[in-house]
Design a protein around this ligand. Sequence first.
Ligand SMILES: C[S@@+](CC[C@H](N)C(=O)[O-])C[C@H]1O[C@@H](n2cnc3c(N)ncnc32)[C@H](O)[C@@H]1O
Length: 223
Amino acid sequence: MGAINLDMETSNYKGIPAMSPPEVHQYLNELGRGWTGQGVAMEVGCWLGATSVALLEGLVEAGYDRPFWAFDRWSANGAEVIKASNQKVPLLMGQDLKPVYEKNVSPTYAKLKMVKGAIPGTFRVYTRDSIEFCLFDAPKCNPVFRDATKFVVPYFIPGVTVFGLMDYYFYKRKQEQQHADWKKFLVPVHFIKKYSDHFTLLREFSGFGMSAFFRYEKEISWE
Ligand SMILES: C[S@@+](CC[C@H](N)C(=O)[O-])C[C@H]1O[C@@H](n2cnc3c(N)ncnc32)[C@H](O)[C@@H]1O
């Protein structure tokens, strides 16, 4: 399990810098092992691949043989350079991180569909397979969250799909830090509330984890 530095809220998974804690990685591993064979796995906001590897290790154990969809801008910004250096991995401002992601993840699973650029626009290349695991670690507020959700949910499988909202409780941090715009980070919470009949909470992680994982239970007919 990776070392953790609470000040910078980074950890690492097998040496790959992560913006999520070890308990979330462990849970992703567990989720992957439960793959039922009914759909693909996708991560939206993968950074250097720690969370992808954690999920993929479990998926591989379960016999996963589909493409793994990875969406990210993969262009290092200042905060990412600092967070990676905190885990002793040097990055340069503006560095193309797609090769770094590929190098980190491909030893675990080679059938990667890496799509670089801003979502939701980049979703246009998606082959529209049913989705069994969908991790969101990029869309946090609107319009991106709404557009991204409207795109992926129609491919979810009722009673099967796990929807991981990796920054579900991000608004709390913004509130504590007295950010004027903290309410805009409530969007994922409002979404789940609005469709509470359609999702069951599986696990939630407070503090540095901030994530919540839901099972999609029944079809949403969009208004
Ligand atoms: C919080 S990091 C992901 C961290 C990773 N899941 C982990 O736990 O280590 C969020 C990622 O989302 C990407 N991102 C943010 N907004 C995006 C957008 N609109 N389109 C594509 N990628 C985006 C960033 O480039 C960054 O790599």
